[in-house]
Design a protein around this ligand. Sequence first.
Ligand code: ADP
Length: 296
Amino acid sequence: MELAAHNLTQPVIPGLLGNNDIVRESELIERHEAGSKTVGTPFVTNPRMTCRNVEVYYGEKCAINNVSIDVSHNEVLAMIGPSGCGKSTFLRCLNRMNDTVPSCRVVGEICLDGVNIYHPSVDVVPLRARVGMVFQKPNPFPKSIYDNVAYGPRIHGLTSNKAELDEIVEGSLMKAGLWGEVKDRLREPGTGLSGGQQQRLCIARAIAVSPEVILMDEPCSALDPIATARIEELIAELRTQYSIVIVTHAMQQASRVSQRTAYFHLGDLIEVGPTEKIFTNPKHRLTEDYITGRFG
Ligand code: ADP
């Protein structure tokens, strides 16, 4: 699909926590006239991923409508909005997880480090290592803790001997904040861990293949408040090395963990901006209605 000219000329955020007010009213009006409903600052100066004019259809039904946004390095980007607005659909586009849904069609361009991930030459297996995913419900494989983390490095041939594999497993469990709790029981089944530990195991499994981006689809919704707090701390630590895109229905979680927030509504990306601005001074009435509880 051809890129709409307006997307190439829109302002960008100079650095992640730049001044939101650089978007002038006239530019916002231009965007509306060009068909994009998004206000705020969807673009950054040094993007890891760029999404342009993305549309997603399930059969004839349009679930995502002309969405353009960047994902920066070392940021947590939160995606919020009422149920059914397309957050998960959009998240799953970022590593082609929607390929597994036969009726699903993705239009537009999504690039990782400048390469269109939907180009026919792109192999989805290494792509999903580079853009890993953590799901709502922890889903460890029915294998040992060790083998859960070693699985990815093994299938991607990342190590040549046991010592190297041991090192990756230990390093990944450490980064996921789980090593201390499991180091003496690596041969026990991953499914025997608590819910919060299982989710951290799934994060360790994603980290083990050295991703650039980690997608998280409501990663705490099946967890208790203490396990949730632990995952949120972990997300803050992981940001120093990875880009993280998180779908959450909990606005407080978005405000705690993210640097930028994107608000979706009925398949449209309504507003993107520094999280603090979105929650204290949104530009769009629909965003304001949602964050103040008048909608959704
Ligand atoms: P959210 O994550 O914001 O709750 P979803 O991305 O799950 O929203 O859904 C967006 C829209 O796409 C909804 O109308 C939903 O019914 C529809 N949808 C999601 N998955 C499928 C699917 N596999 N087949 C058909 N429609 C789907």
